[in-house]
Design a protein around this ligand. Structure first.
Ligand code: FE2
Ligand code: FE2
Length: 141
């Protein structure tokens, strides 16, 4: 899997959110690289990164839902929260699969899923509240 790179097209122009998205990209790249570690470290590193990614994603979603949406009265907050829940459910399915399948088998699929999820969510869902804020003249950083 190729590295995920931050680029201007992913920028929402909201500093706090852009920084959080950059941390998520870094975590996904770390996960991508973890599989290349030697056998002893592979499983432990991969599980640690998944844990970190899940925890940071929770923090990021909570920030958007509880802090950002207080500042931006975005009309589609409910739909946005549902999109967040769906991502979490999908990650839980991967975590469940780890109980019976090997990390080596699941890893490529998980990295592709996370890459696509983050890119799509930023460009399609998060971009909507950023555009809305701009249109309303609400400046959040
Ligand atoms: Fe979001
Ligand atoms: Fe986001």
């Amino acid at each position: 899997m190729s590295r995920m790179n931050w680029s201007e097209r992913l920028s929402l122009g909201i500093g706090s959110i852009d920084r959080q998205h950059q941390v998520l990209i870094k975590c996904i790249n770390e996960l991508d690289e973890a599989i290349h570690k030697d056998e002893n470290f592979k499983v432990r590193t991969t599980l640690n990164v998944i844990e970190k990614l899940v925890n940071y994603t929770k923090v990021h979603f909570m920030y958007e839902e509880l802090v950002l949406f207080k500042q931006i009265p975005f009309p589609e907050t409910e739909e946005h929260k549902i999109a967040h829940r769906k991502i979490f459910d999908a990650v839980e399915v991967f975590k469940d699969r780890l109980k019976t399948e090997s990390i080596t088998d699941i890893h490529p699929e998980l990295v592709v899923f996370l890459n696509q999820w983050l890119t799509n969510h930023i460009l399609k869902d998060d971009m909507k509240y950023a555009i809305y804020a701009k249109e309303q003249g609400i400046n959040v950083q």
